[in-house]
Design a protein around this ligand. Sequence first.
Ligand SMILES: Cc1ncc(COP(=O)(O)O)c(C=O)c1O
Length: 394
Amino acid sequence: MKQQYSLSHRMQGMSGNVVREILKLTQAPDIISFAGGLPSPDSFPVDELRSITAELFAQDVGFLQYGVTEGLPGLREFAARWVGDFNIQAKPENVLVLSGSQQGIDLACKALINPGDVILVEQPTYLAALQIFKTYEANVVAVAGDEAGMLPDALADAIHKYKPRLVYVIPTFQNPSGICWSLERRQALSQAAAEHDFIILEDDPYGRLRYSGAPVPAIAGVDGLRRSIYLGSFSKVIAPGLRVGYAVAPPELLQPMIIGKQGTDVHTSNLSQQIIMRYAQKGGFEQHLPRVRAQYGEKCRLMLEMLEKTFPAGSTWTKPQGGLFLWVTLDEGVSTTALLEQAIAAKVAFIPGTPFSASGGCTNCMRLNFSNASPADIEIGIERIAQVIKQSLA
Ligand SMILES: Cc1ncc(COP(=O)(O)O)c(C=O)c1O
């Protein structure tokens, strides 16, 4: 018999990450999976990372000792400079190196959220963030949006009604939708934060993966880093297994996150930080990013073309200018959760929309990842999903 343990209030009613559960189902080698959020393994700069690691072990192995919580000074300096590309004026003291940007979501909540506090999120939003918000016993409220970001009226209503403490957004090539907020919507959110005294948590793991269109400043750039915490990540631009990201924030917001991190993991792996810092110093990103952008941009175009060719009338989808995902909306009444079972039987997988919704909506939506499958598999896999949808409508 299974043992029953008495869990904390915060863990009661918590289920595992649905995407991780679905991913287990899609591991079979003959399934074409658009389910994960994985960068393509052939995008990893393996040779460069191997030689940097060999160099590190051949020299001073000080990285094997404990390090400081804030992160390696050289990496903080690099991140402070790098975010300048998104109009964020930061100093190394504004940077906290993280064990993946996801840790930043957790630390921001640790620093700012009391049980019952309201966090506004996009509809849909990143489901692992929803899971973190639940563990801090926050009251999460979804705000309606379109292809340019949260709708101004819906945002104003939600602010008025709920007096949020935090607004969590992924404004650049959002997970799961792939949309990119317009400059006007970014400015409006920053203005609202100042007027209504809330903090913006801007999550940006995909900003450097732009395939078309003109760059837009980060909200933290528009905001002058006054009421925002910006999260960046090296996961999608080198390799997620290194587990390195960074938070950029005003010192008064960064300090409680540093204290929170001391209790969580003391500091991010020195070896991973050294590898990334040296990679950056050698100009690795200047070489690597154009290659990755070309590869993913091509796959994105191919997936859009296949959707156009094969999906039934009545389906719509976002047309991302970057990132890893696009978001399909089917006829109302179609349940993508029910479709997934048939899709897996047809050897193809996606993530249904519901887990990305804080309000239980998005039942007729699905997220498709275009970075991980090969071009040939994109053609075959999209055709298979189209067949499954058409059969369900027949
Ligand atoms: C929106 C969003 N935030 C955070 C993360 C986590 O990234 P990291 O690997 O830097 O922890 C992801 C990863 O998929 C993501 O999509």
